[in-house]
Write a protein that binds this ligand. Sequence first.
Ligand code: ADP
Ligand code: AMP
Length: 217
Amino acid sequence: MRIILLGAPGAGKGTQAATLHEHLNAPHIATGDLFRAALSAGTPLGLEAKGYMDRGELVPDDVTVRMLLERISQPDASGGYILDGFPRSLAQAHALDEALRARNETIDRVLLVDVSEEELVRRLSGRWICRACQTPYHAISNPPRAEGVCDADGGELYQRDDDTLETVRNRLGVYRDQTAPLIDHYTEQRVLARINGEQEIDSVRADLLAALTQSHG
Ligand code: ADP
Ligand code: AMP
């Protein structure tokens, strides 16, 4: 299956992608993770993306689309994938539609994880991420078993530079202006399912899995 997880920064996409990845046996492809990996490796792509990420702005569409299309052409994505954080603009959605059409493929489901802005700010300000495997934790609502250490692989947990209050406000504005229009785009394609993301992690997970087995709306 080819799935898109749509939702504002902090909605819980990365948290839920781990389960979906196991359930569907499909790779979890997060454009934010790809940019951060490029930046740690010091590649030109990473250095180009850095300024935009620091300001909480979108990296330009041409760069982002090229990176994503290359990633979904890898052999491990041939049977499907879970996209997280892409597309984030109508131009990106159109580029993806076009690339899929050329391969005679479609997106099976777009899962919109819906969370209020107040809760998004609370979640991002308490978020800790594993440096090695990118698993997200929350200081209060989803803490690791040992402070500062990832449950999955023992990796060191860190707070992202762009999870500061000022940058979070920018990122939420960018989501409202540039990404939220994708809700109409995928509603028109009759593939969108809206999930209440403001529940316990396990309840969100159950609703996401249920939406995957329901027929298209
Ligand atoms: P996204 O990938 O959409 O930006 P994350 O999965 O990184 O969001 O989650 C953002 C923060 O919210 C993390 O600290 C995570 O532990 C926490 N979180 C995720 N889902 C929930 C939930 N259902 N309830 C409370 N906190 C959550
Ligand atoms: P995320 O990890 O999804 O919160 O993304 C972190 C940052 O990476 C964003 O604030 C953007 O600067 C950049 N980014 C990630 N995905 C995209 C995308 N699809 N389009 C443009 N920029 C992106």
